[in-house]
Design a protein around this ligand. Structure first.
Ligand code: ATP
Length: 328
C-alpha cells in the first residue's frame, strides 16, 4: 500500500444512472492528468472477477459526457457476494498491476467494496451514482437531478391529458426505500397528493384529501406514488380502491419505470460527476481508502463507506409541509 500507485481501475456497478459516463470520463482524465494508467473494468464486479479489463486513454472517453447509461456497462454480480469471487477479483487486479480502484454505484456497490477492502486491504474509493439519492454523506447522488427533471417532464405531459378528460392519475415513480424522487417531483409537477415510504398517509386520509380537492372545484388530480410507498397496496390496487370510492372519477395508472434511469444527464449531474471523478482519483493518490467522495453544502466532502451505507438521509420535513400547503 505504500508503493506509489501506477494504475487505477474504474467500474460502474448496480443500477445505471445518468452521469455514470461523465464520472468515468473524469476518472480517466484525472488519471491522465496525474500520469497514471487508467483501467476500465466492464460489467462491474463481474468484470473484475472475469478480468474483463481495458486500458483507457483520455481519447477513449471523448464525446460521452452527454450520454446516459455507462460505456463500461453495469451488472449485478452474485459471484462477488462470495469470498471466492472476491478472491478472483483481487488476483486479477494484482495480475494487471492495478494499485487502487474507483467504484461508481449505490449502497450495494459500496457494501461489496467495503468487504473487498477488509479482506484484501486494497485501496478503494466510492462515487455515489444512483437516481434514488438514498446515500448518506452527499446532498446529491449523480443521476438524481436528471431523474427528477425526466419525471417532471413526463408528469407535465400526463397533466395535459388528466385535465382534458377530468381524470385522476396515479403515477408511480422509482424509490423502493426512499421517497425523494416522489416528494420533489410531486412538488415540482404540482401533484395533489404524494405518497412516500417515509410517511404513511393511510387510505382514509387519501380518500379524504381527494374528496376535499373535489369540493374545492378540482376536476382532475395527479397523485405521485413512490414505488416503496407503505400504504399497503401497489399502485394498481390503490387505483382500484379509490375507484370504488370515487365512481365518478375516471382513474388511470401510469408506471414510469425504467425511463427514469435514461437520458442525457443534466448540467448539474455532469458537473457533479466531473468533480467527484477528479476528487476520487486525488483521494486515492493521497492514500485515502474506504471512503466515498460526495458533495455537501456546496463543497466536496468525504465520508467513510460504512457510514454512507448504514446511515439514512432524512426526508426534508419542510418539503413535506410545502407539499401539503400548496396542494390546497
Ligand atoms: P442501485 O442503488 O442503483 O441499485 P447498488 O450499487 O445499490 O445500485 P446493487 O445491485 O445492490 O446496486 O449492488 C451492486 C453490486 O454490488 C451487486 O451486484 C454485488 O456484486 C455487489 N454487492 C452488493 N451487496 C453485496 C454484499 N453484501 N457483499 C458483496 N458484494 C455485494
Amino acid at each position: 500500500m505504500n508503493e506509489p500507485i501506477k494504475k487505477i481501475a474504474v467500474l460502474t456497478s448496480g443500477g445505471d444512472a445518468p452521469g455514470m459516463n461523465a464520472a468515468i470520463r473524469a476518472v480517466v482524465r484525472a488519471c491522465t492528468y496525474y500520469r497514471i494508467e487508467c483501467i476500465g473494468v466492464y460489467r462491474g464486479y463481474q468484470g473484475l472477477i472475469e478480468g474483463d479489463f481495458e486500458s483507457l486513454s483520455a481519447r477513449h472517453v471523448s464525446n460521452i459526457i452527454n450520454k446516459g447509461g455507462t460505456i463500461l456497462k453495469t451488472a449485478r454480480s452474485l459471484e462477488f457476494k462470495t469470498k471466492e469471487g472476491r478472491e478472483k477479483a483481487y488476483k486479477n487486479l494484482k495480475k494487471a498491476g492495478v494499485g487502487a480502484i474507483v467504484v461508481i454505484g449505490g449502497d450495494g456497490t459500496f457494501t461489496g467494496g467495503l468487504k473487498f477492502i477488509k479482506e484484501f486491504n486494497f485501496p478503494l474509493v466510492g462515487i455515489p451514482c444512483t437516481i434514488d439519492n438514498d446515500i448518506y454523506g452527499t446532498d446529491n447522488t449523480i443521476g438524481y437531478d436528471t431523474a427528477l427533471n425526466t419525471v417532471v417532464e413526463v408528469i407535465d405531459k400526463i397533466r395535459d391529458t388528466a385535465s382534458s378528460h377530468n381524470r385522476l392519475f396515479f403515477i408511480e415513480v422509482m424509490g423502493r426505500d426512499a421517497g425523494f424522487i416522489a416528494l420533489n417531483t410531486g412538488i415540482g409537477a404540482g401533484a395533489e397528493e404524494i405518497l412516500i415510504p417515509e410517511k404513511n398517509l393511510g387510505l382514509d386520509r387519501l380518500v379524504e384529501s381527494l374528496n376535499k380537492s373535489r369540493e374545492r372545484g378540482k376536476t382532475s388530480s395527479i397523485v405521485v406514488v413512490s414505488e416503496g410507498d407503505k400504504i399497503g397496496k401497489n399502485v394498481f390496487e390503490l387505483a382500484d380502491y379509490i375507484n370504488e370510492n370515487f365512481p365518478d372519477y375516471d382513474i388511470r395508472v401510469s408506471v414510469l419505470g425504467h425511463m427514469q434511469r435514461g437520458g442525457s444527464p443534466s448540467c448539474f449531474d455532469r458537473v457533479l460527476a466531473s468533480r467527484l471523478g477528479v476528487a476520487a482519483v486525488e483521494e486515492l493518490l493521497d492514500k485515502s481508502t474506504g471512503i466515498m467522495v460526495g458533495f455537501t453544502n456546496k463543497k466536496i466532502s468525504k465520508v467513510h463507506l460504512d457510514k454512507a451505507i448504514k446511515m439514512n438521509n432524512d426526508i426534508n420535513k419542510e418539503l413535506l409541509k410545502v407539499a401539503e400547503i400548496i396542494s390546497v
